[in-house]
Write a protein that binds this ligand. Structure first.
Ligand SMILES: Cc1ncc(COP(=O)(O)O)c(C=O)c1O
Length: 385
């Protein structure tokens, strides 16, 4: 094996293997129930698999257009209009991308220069900070306030400086399952009015909002939509996280810059998958029913562990449930997550890893995007702890 003999000045000195990979690997090694990483343990709709097979067998296997196939962009445009009341021109304002992570990374690369400040809410989904740092940007953290992880907008306002170029917002929020209200969005809209600050709105869980609430997309609010790159993920919506496909919607002025980077990065997204989604999207049922589908799983999981020593925290969206374990042990969440996987056979994610300086608040995150039988097996173990 060759070895690089020089010195490496890492752009991401503090980044190792992500906790998701670590916990999933550990779960596999110890044959544990994996409630850690955020992906379903059930398969996607047979119809979607058939559509992909059909596209591949029809020879739709070469480079598609850089922005995505026209028909898929049109369907996305119709959906955005129907759901959020905002018109995006498929020609200039919608781009299909190989996953939301890629969409976020590309948006940051397109707008952030060394020294630019980017506001992140903390705890922060793990790909946001490295995207900023790789571009030479400076992450500025605004805490989500315990116990319900709401935003203190005065702190947000105080974090803005003349160097602030971007805000990355994520609602519904991973890892906490909190959601932004319409009032939150209006407050952010009024704070950002008159600035040149661009918003990257990570809305991959847009279709997983519970208890009858509507998802408050940044694109619903004109003063936000005009400065927002909206990012969604087909993976989360259609139970196909391994297909790595998403899309970005933004005003033309922002999309021009986004596409400049995209065309020299991935250039295009997987062609047959796009044809499959274009057909599948004709039926809005699967995404309109998704909140209900996951709410049943959330409730099953919550009811199951309600009698345990874990403290249930709110889960208003996403497929994550956070729990406090202060009644059980003083251990750090990272130690406990590893021990529960090895000794008890159930894997979770320690929430401290979502902070730039770990905060040991004694909170674990469980993913309930699992078959009911998996959840019930997990519940049985957790109730004995
Ligand atoms: C908040 C958030 N953003 C983005 C992603 C990544 O989405 P994709 O798999 O489409 O890149 C995830 C996946 O867990 C997520 O939780």
């Amino acid at each position: 094996m060759p070895h690089y003999p020089g010195r490496i000045d890492s752009k991401l000195p503090n980044v190792g293997t992500t906790i998701f990979t670590v916990m999933s690997r550990l779960a596999l090694e110890h044959n544990a129930i994996n409630l850690s990483q955020g992906f379903p343990d059930f398969d996607c709709d047979q119809k979607l698999r058939d559509l992909l097979t059909k596209a591949i067998n029809s020879g739709l296997n070469q480079y598609p257009p850089m922005a995505g196939i026209q028909i898929l962009r049109e369907r996305i445009g119709e959906k955005m209009q129907n759901l959020y009341g905002t018109a995006y021109d498929p020609e200039h304002e919608i781009t299909v991308v190989p996953g939301a992570t890629y969409g976020i990374f590309t948006a940051v690369a397109a707008f952030i220069r060394p020294g630019d400040e980017v506001i992140l809410f903390e705890p922060t989904y793990d790909c946001h900070q490295p995207a900023v740092e790789t571009a030479g940007g400076k992450p500025v953290f605004v805490p989500l306030e315990a116990p319900d992880y709401h935003v203190d907008w005065a702190k947000f306002q105080a974090a803005i400086t003349p160097r602030t170029k971007m805000v990355i917002v994520n609602t519904p929020h991973n890892p906490t399952g909190t959601v932004m209200s319409a009032e939150d969005m209006r407050t952010m809209e009024s704070i950002l009015r008159g600035t040149d600050i661009v918003v990257v709105s990570d809305e991959v869980y847009e279709h997983i909002v519970f208890d009858g609430h509507a998802h408050q997309s940044a694109t619903r609010f004109p003063g936000l939509a005009e400065r927002t790159l909206f990012v969604s993920s087909f993976g989360k919506t259609y139970h196909v996280t391994g297909w790595k496909m998403g899309y970005v919607c933004a005003p033309k002025e922002l999309m021009v810059e986004f596409r400049k980077v995209h065309q020299f990065n991935a250039f295009v997204s997987n062609a047959p998958v796009q044809y499959a989604f274009a057909d599948y999207m004709l039926d809005p049922g699967p995404y309109l029913e998704l909140s209900h589908f996951y709410q049943k799983k959330r409730d099953l999981f919550r009811e199951g562990i309600a009698g345990s020593r874990f403290r249930l925290m709110p889960s208003r969206g996403t497929f994550f449930q956070c729990v406090g374990y202060e009644a059980i042990t003083d251990e750090r969440d990272t130690d406990l997550a590893i021990r529960l996987t090895k000794e008890r056979g159930v894997a979770s994610i320690p929430v401290s890893v979502f902070y730039h300086v770990p905060r040991y608040d004694k909170v674990l995150r469980f993913c309930f995007a699992k078959k009911d039988e998996t959840l019930l097996r997990g519940v049985e173990i957790l109730c004995k702890i």
